[in-house]
Design a protein around this ligand. Structure first.
Ligand SMILES: Cc1ncc(COP(=O)(O)O)c(C=O)c1O
Length: 421
């Protein structure tokens, strides 16, 4: 039965049942954490042989242990290029973090401008389109640089493209857009073919406009049904818009988070422009780590095989949370999309209840990502979205954390409805 069709007597009786359960959970002194989108140690262990893989660093002028190779190790660029469906010349393989590359790309745009653009963004009004809910660290970067963020609702097909097209084509201060096109953080949505085509065909008013296309979950399937993402560069090349895209990727959630290899793919013109500035910033990336990664993965087929081992560890964890949430079906208390991959399950409570659910969980010893985190300025206008991260806890901990979460959602929903009557 839907919660808002229950009588007040029914609601009060259900609330007191749930409150009794809640007291029980509190007395257990739990210390559980569903806040961190981190791989579990068992996933990381599967990459340990990377450290003693057979490797060839080359000799003489090609000695990869020495300075140089600003673009990264050739083989590693090729591996990323194969993964992204672009040419090796369109890839720069860099250091340990794609987020770091994104930050640097914005920093450079602020200080020096972008290729073919109107000069430094500093001192100008700059706006970024931010599909919501989205990745908090993206929003933190744009907030830090004083860039105004505009919420774009996420639809089952990706960002609301009617709104994107309207803003990008009419407002010169719109100079960027954040995108997580595959298994988006946190919704787990993959952009439809139509969305990718519409992105590639945008007609920006500003010459500076860039799409920050963060393909962090490109090979991070969890279930047997896998989402397919159209290659945006193929679409851009058909209409000559490839300078508009910066695509990011990393092995953080394939091998070692924080010690993987990250890369950016972009047009040759963008690569050339970036390299001029990058060459002042550094003599070259950590090629030793790139060689180790290359020796470990060898090629994209092997990389995919490695990621299917990750999926087999993650699948039961996602199932535990999804099974717990399934009891809300038809209740009107919760909305969510079952993702086919990525690292998160994103839930929407009744409007105005997300903060309260997170607070109740916290008090019962279950840590969740703070409500509002997935929105620019941490402001969820409807206070309803919560990001759940099932990867890190053990299956037993997840079972308990999910039970507490369900209990807290019920308490907050019943209370909210009673308060309205
Ligand atoms: C969408 C997204 N992009 C980037 C990152 C971080 O990537 P990296 O470790 O390569 O900096 C994360 C980590 O959770 C993420 O969710």
């Amino acid at each position: 039965m839907r919660y808002n069709e229950m009588t007040t007597v029914q609601l009060k009786s259900l609330l007191s049942e749930e409150l009794a359960k809640y007291e029980g959970y509190k007395s257990m002194n739990l210390a559980l954490d569903m806040a961190r989108g981190k791989p579990n140690a068992s996933q990381i262990d599967m990459a340990m042989s990377l450290l003693d893989s057979t490797r060839d660093f080359g000799k003489g002028a090609g000695d990869l242990r020495n300075y140089g190779m600003l673009d990264g190790v050739d083989g590693m660029r090729k591996l990323f290029a194969d993964l992204l469906g672009v040419d090796k010349e369109e890839v720069i393989a860099m250091g340990n973090s794609s987020l770091n590359i994104m930050y640097d790309m914005i920093q450079r745009a602020m200080q020096f401008g972008v290729y073919g653009g109107d000069g430094a963004w500093n001192g100008k009004k700059v706006k970024f389109l931010c599909p919501v809910p989205g990745y908090d660290r993206h929003f933190a970067i744009t907030e830090l640089f004083g860039i105004e963020m505009i919420n774009i609702p996420m639809l089952p097909t990706g960002p609301d493209m009617d709104m994107v097209e309207q803003l990008v084509s009419s407002d010169e201060s719109v100079k960027g857009m954040w995108c997580v096109p595959k298994y988006s953080n946190p919704d787990g949505i993959t952009y439809s073919d139509d969305t990718v085509r519409r992105l590639a065909n945008l007609k920006p008013k500003s010459k500076d406009f860039r799409i920050f296309y963060d393909n962090a979950y490109i090979v991070h399937d969890v279930f047997d049904t896998k989402d397919e993402l159209l290659n945006i560069f193929d679409e851009c090349k058909k209409v000559g818009s490839e300078d508009m895209i910066y695509e990011f990727v990393s092995t953080s959630k394939m091998t070692f988070p924080g010690s993987g290899v990250a890369a950016v793919a972009m047009s040759r013109a963008n690569v050339e422009y970036t390299n001029k500035l990058l060459g002042i910033q550094t003599i070259g990336p950590d090629k030793i780590n790139q060689v180790l990664h290359l020796a470990f993965f060898k090629d994209v087929d092997n990389l995919r095989a490695h990621m299917s081992k990750h999926a087999s560890l993650l699948r039961p964890k996602f199932e535990i949370v999804l099974e717990a949430l399934a009891q809300f079906e038809g209740s009107g208390m919760l909305e969510y999309v079952k993702p086919n991959g990525g690292y998160f399950i994103s839930i929407n409570t009744i409007d105005g209840c997300a903060k309260e659910v997170v607070r109740l969980c916290q008090e019962a010893g279950v840590k969740l990502t703070p409500a509002g985190s997935s929105f620019p300025y941490r402001l969820d206008p409807r206070d309803r979205n919560i990001r759940l991260a099932p990867s890190y806890p053990t299956e037993n901990d997840l079972r308990m954390a999910s039970a507490v979460l369900v209990n807290c959602i019920k308490i907050a929903s019943y209370r909210s409805e009673l308060a309205k009557r």
